[in-house]
Design a binder for this molecule. Structure first.
Ligand code: PLP
Length: 433
């Protein structure tokens, strides 16, 4: 909140007066700062890619993806994670270099695998044994040799919401280490002629402020690397350590600098590899939220204000759980400000209510604001990650536009949906007409 730019009482974001953006593009509106994305990527280059050799950084695109974002990530020299056919298709259409794409997912369909293999996707991150067989078969059909990493479940707990914790034993993600399942998978990977197993992947969770679960996972995975070398002579060429670095959303969040994670992870990998006599693999990281979260804000117009004397004041906005499902989904908290009254004294406590027909559609409980009126503009901060990408059409709500801002310039990168867009796929059977 401290480094907010203000001019004439208006919030300035990416060099643009957000009140002006609202006049031009309407609300609700996602606004993404190109400068922030570039700053984050350059920090990754400096503190990881240039600092350590044989490293790759993939942007986890599920946080925020569209063709313009693919172009920015490509220019910044990062790789790209996708987790579905739709995300892969977006990368293909944006002509993102396919060898730099990692394809994830805990239940990839046959069609998705076909699309990935046909297009020579850089890595398929395999989640289970069934998938290995499918990939082998499809690769053979297309005369390809798919490059694989195995996602393991490292069996480590992370301190985060259980909906975004992924590394624990009881998880839908990854190949379990227990019961020799992983050895069976490695054997299969070595035997299958149409795949090339390169190494392992783990992702312990999301929005993490502590590096311990990463280090525990490195302990687990390097032991596995040692075991498979001894058993099969298998050399791990690549180790992907996932994403999950936490960012600031709300007071009390204490994000650590990225080198707090990276240096500790690299140090641990080097130590363990030397201890076990293993070659240092290529190391990959996959930040999503960390790159895009702070680059985004969402703008809303305030509508009805309902004061229930002695109880609470509800301030209603023209969006809510359709454009930002995270508060309703897992109690995520956000900071916000009245964008046209930024330097007014904040002397009221209000609750920001969305417009969906759900009592759970509350964006922010107990937000301190100046005296507000209908027509004021609310800016919710740090909404770049998992907002646009999680947006939905509940209550037949069209999804907002996305505007890219940089040094005072603004460009639409995703058009606002229309009512006709909402009905485009609907059909009425003849007999009902
Ligand atoms: C979601 C995800 C990430 C990114 O998580 P963030 O918290 O956005 O950094 C990275 N890797 C995998 C496999 C993921 O599923």
């Amino acid at each position: 909140m401290e480094n907010i730019r203000i001019k004439d009482g208006h919030f300035i974001f990416g060099g643009c007066d957000v009140v002006e953006l609202v006049r031009r593009y309407g609300t609700p509106l996602y606004v993404i700062s190109e400068e922030v994305i570039k700053r984050k990527c350059s920090e990754i280059r400096e503190k990881f890619l240039c600092k350590y050799k044989n490293t790759r950084a993939a942007y986890a695109s599920k946080a925020f993806l569209n063709p313009a974002m693919c172009k920015i990530i490509e220019r910044e020299g990062l790789d790209l994670d996708v987790v579905s056919g739709g995300e892969l298709y977006t990368a293909i259409r944006a002509e993102f270099p396919m060898e730099k794409v990692f394809f994830h997912g805990n239940n990839k369909t046959i069609d998705e695998l076909k699309m990935a293999i046909k297009n020579d996707v850089g890595r398929i991150v395999v989640d289970n044994l069934y998938e290995i067989e499918l990939i082998d078969k499809i690769s053979k059909e297309y005369g390809k040799k798919a490059r694989l990493l195995y996602r393991i479940t490292p069996g480590v707990e992370s301190k985060t919401h259980r909906y975004i914790s992924t590394g624990q034993v009881d998880s839908k993600f990854g190949i379990p280490l227990a019961g020799n399942i992983i050895f069976e998978a490695v054997e299969k990977g070595i035997k299958c002629e149409n795949v090339n197993l390169l190494g392992f992947h783990f992702h312990v969770g999301s929005q993490l402020f502590d590096n311990r679960s990463y280090l525990n996972a490195v302990d687990v995975v390097t032991r596995l690397m040692k075991d498979v070398k001894e058993r099969y002579g298998f050399i791990t060429k690549e180790l992907n350590t996932g994403g999950g670095y936490g960012i600031y959303y709300f007071k009390g969040d204490k994000p650590k600098p990225i080198d707090y994670f990276i240096d500790a992870i690299m140090d641990k990998i080097y130590k363990r590899c030397s201890e076990f006599g293993l070659e240092i693999p290529t190391v990959v990281i996959e930040p999503g939220r960390w790159i895009i979260g702070e680059a985004g804000i969402t703008l809303y117009t305030i509508g009805f204000i309902k004061e229930i004397p002695g109880v609470r004041t509800y301030v209603s906005i023209d969006g809510g759980m359709t454009d930002n499902p995270r508060p309703a989904l897992y109690g995520a908290k956000y900071e916000a400000l009245i964008a046209n009254k930024v330097d007014s004294e904040k002397n009221k406590l209000v609750t920001i209510a969305g417009k969906c027909c759900e009592s759970g559609d509350i964006l922010i409980w107990n937000l301190r604001v100046p005296k507000v009126a209908s027509g004021d503009i609310l800016a919710v901060l740090n909404t770049g990650a998992y907002n646009y990408s999680m947006a939905n059409n509940y209550n037949k709500t069209p999804r907002p536009a996305v505007v890219l801002v940089n040094e005072g310039k603004s460009e639409i990168i995703v058009e606002r949906e229309t009512y006709d867009d909402l009905l485009m796929r609907c059909r009425v059977p003849e007999y009902l007409k």
